[in-house]
Design a protein around this ligand. Structure first.
Ligand code: SAM
Length: 328
């Protein structure tokens, strides 16, 4: 059987994240891909669309993310995928964990993934923690929680304490979370940025009958609540908020409301500057949605299909003295 045949469904690239938690090495993965059975050749530079039987390391995540020809669905039957040695994950969906874990040191503390299922980002954070220490993962939906459990097992994540629970009901002052320094918030959103749904599940509690405006308002208010709750964790110093939406209502505007909140002022939370939020990524936020402030807009990331990713948004809050605030 020709495993390397692709479905040719129009995607220009299929991203695959190497999972070090599997205990296998990247060199072993290269050897597998370049074996006679698969016959892939690694390119030194990116080429789009990725040519048949070629792959390369993604330039922004060159230690973990591999780029293959679009529609490479043979992966689903590959032993590396089945054994959790690789995870099929869109490039933009890798950014939140990467930004969250910038500068992480092994003995820093613990992390929270507040909205974890299906667990792609959880497993990446776990890998960035070298599968050590503790990552608390929350998932509210019973069905999605089951998916999360399966994913974490398949991805060999042994440092994750997953629970079926609502993050908004967690007690930020409890001893259990007293060592938490970093929190990922990737809450339910409209999913308006998703092009290829193979590796992503969208969830929201809004009714079909809601108008688009009402729906976005409900989502934005829930998203803001999640950020304000995360601001309360006593030892937290870095919080990433991301969506797979391209609507400013769920992106820059939510970030602005969070920055203007009284809890942000009380606890000293500001927006991380561009220098600590993937500075090599060119597409940044929309200044017109952030009071015309270029520095704030440069602090956040946007992704669009023309960047060879799903539509996506990533922002990061800090309280280490480098944070930016809206002027007025
Ligand atoms: N981060 C996930 C990944 O990369 O695989 C995707 C997360 S998905 C966009 C949002 C998830 O948050 C859904 O599974 C939803 O059920 C869950 N969720 C929504 N509100 C929540 C809450 N208050 N507490 C915990 N989980 C919540």
């Amino acid at each position: 059987e020709d495993l390397a045949k692709t479905s040719g469904d129009g995607e220009v690239v299929r991203y695959v994240r190497y999972n070090p938690n599997s205990g296998k090495t990247l060199q072993e993965l290269f050897a597998h891909l370049e074996s006679d059975k698969l016959g892939f050749e690694r390119l030194e530079e990116p080429v789009y669309p990725v040519p048949q039987r070629k792959y390369f390391m993604d330039p922004h995540l060159d230690d973990v993310l591999l780029a293959f020809p679009g529609g490479s669905n043979w992966w689903l039957r590959d032993e590396w995928y089945e054994g959790g040695g690789v995870i099929l994950q869109d490039k933009a969906s890798c950014f939140p964990a990467k930004v969250l874990m910038e500068g992480w040191e092994e003995d820093e503390g613990e992390c929270i993934d507040a909205t974890a299922a299906p667990g792609n980002k959880t497993s990446y954070i776990s890998a960035l923690m070298q599968n050590q220490g503790k990552l608390h993962a929350f998932e509210r939906s019973p069905n999605r929680y089951k998916t999360l459990e399966r994913m974490l097992e398949k991805a060999h994540c042994t440092n994750v304490d997953a629970r079926r629970a609502d993050f908004l009901e967690s007690n930020p002052d409890s001893y259990e979370y007293s060592k938490v320094t970093r929190i990922l918030l990737d809450p339910s959103c409209s999913g308006s940025g998703i092009v290829n749904r193979l590796d992503y599940l969208i969830d929201d509690d809004t009714e079909e009958s809601d108008s688009k405006v009402e729906r976005l308002e409900k989502l934005a208010s829930f998203q803001l609540q999640m950020i304000l709750h995360a601001f309360k964790f006593a030892s937290a110093k870095r919080i990433v908020y991301s969506t797979c939406s391209i609507h400013p209502e769920e992106d820059e505007r939510v970030v602005m409301s969070a920055l203007k909140s009284s809890i942000a002022k009380e606890r000293g939370w500001g927006l991380a500057p561009k220098t600590s939020v993937l500075p090599g990524w060119e597409r940044r936020g929309r200044p017109e949605e952030m009071g015309g402030d270029e520095d704030l807009a440069n602090g956040v990331i946007r992704c669009l299909p023309e960047d060879k990713t799903n539509g996506f948004f990533v922002s990061c809050f800090v309280r280490d003295g480098t944070g930016l605030w809206p002027r007025a």
